[in-house]
Design a protein around this ligand. Sequence first.
Ligand code: CA
Length: 517
Amino acid sequence: MRPNIIFILCDDHASRAISAYGAGINHTPHIDRLAAEGMRHDATYVTNSICTPSRAAILTGTHNHVNCVTTLDTHIDNRLPNVAKHLRAGGYATGIFGKWHLGEGVAHEPTGFDEWAVVPGQGDYWDPAFIFPEGRRRIPGYATDIITEMSVDFIERRAGGEKPFFMMCHHKAPHRNWQYHPRYRDIHAPGTIPLPATFDDDYSNRAKAAEVAKMRVRSDMVYEDLGLVQPEGGADIAGPLMVDDWHMRKVPELAPGETISVLCAETGERFSFDDPQAFAEFKYQRYMSRYLRTVQAIDDGVGRILETLDDRGLTENTIVIYTSDQGFFLGEHGWFDKRFMYEESYQMPFLVRYPAAIPAGATSKDIACNVDFAPTFLDYAGLPVPSYMQGRSMRGVLEGTTPGDWDQLAYHRYWMHNDAIHEAWAHYGVRDQRWKLIYWYNDDLGQLGARPNGAAPEWELFDCEADPYELTNLASDPAHAGVFAEMLAKLDAKMAEIGDVAEHDSAAVLAALGGAG
Ligand code: CA
């Protein structure tokens, strides 16, 4: 009997905010159940650390230069084949509920699904609008709970049917601006969350891109991110706008000698500060408090789905996967966002349970990436993996029989687009089990039309074992010239394999390296 496949994808859920990964900052008993009864995978990486491209890679099993969904602004062409279409044609009942974020309208809406209900764009936390095949309507309630109930309803209706089912449950949470359900108002009180060791990172010994990115907790969050009332008035009173055409203003960073007073939107409580560091840490605590509270409702939802499988006798023959569309910075390096190939936003949580084949309590550090997901679904469904897909089935990795020729290398490419909000520069690179090589080519618009931002391209090389927080760039260290050359060769081979176009000239890079060494 072919297995059912349930794929639960959250938005911006860092593995550090899942207790099974051991960071100790929160407790997610239901997600942890997948690790206890299945596998916790520790080396799943995203091909492009941002929502829309990651979702396209998952659906199509291809890298973003192939599926053409390179940025938030490039929506999927839904005439392309995707894994849901293959599963549906192969005898599966298919459904998707929640966040789609691959575009709207007849050219971009979900295809390959028997049933679908998706939120427009990012979706709302409360009383969210949903788009159904027959039209759009708002549903009262909390987005996470609504998406959970739609998913449970699908399972209950499909249980015992003639066809196995494939369901994608795509939560909107815990994406910015972290509106939590009041049932979690009393957990993770601000002030109780440990500060990451790299919160005060000064970005020395790194590419310039790290320093210029506008993703800092201390200076780049807006009032609603933190549940604070935005003051009325101009920039001199209320701080700079987030971007020119939005009404949202950033909560200003405090300079020495200044004071500030902010108002909690929920309670009306007023907080005053005269110490810049205390104010930065206050923001971190409010950010994390809100983030972790939204995560808790997702954990409830996972519990509901697992309980439904138990009640229906489907646990043994259903593959349940929990992951996120990328990682996320939870204050590491002083940041709160994603986009970068640095480890915290690059690594995706990946937990999978399939009692019929995957040993309970297993872990793995074999490198995988999100283009491998679609081939994995098809493999378990007993269907051929189409030759256009660029990933490889993770089945051996998950069952403890990793093939000897498994490629322990992940590729990442982030294309810059009109992103005045975050100022994250374009880069690509590879990571193997120890080393990470990143090339910051720094286009503003990348493949949409080069517009160099004036910054010189830079390389970064990190020893992920000795320097897990990636604080020391070894790219110009003569002692690591050999490693640099090896990783450059791996990058070139990977780009040739997947057909991506390089912005660097390896011969020139190696000649310069020889001159320096
Ligand atoms: Ca995301």
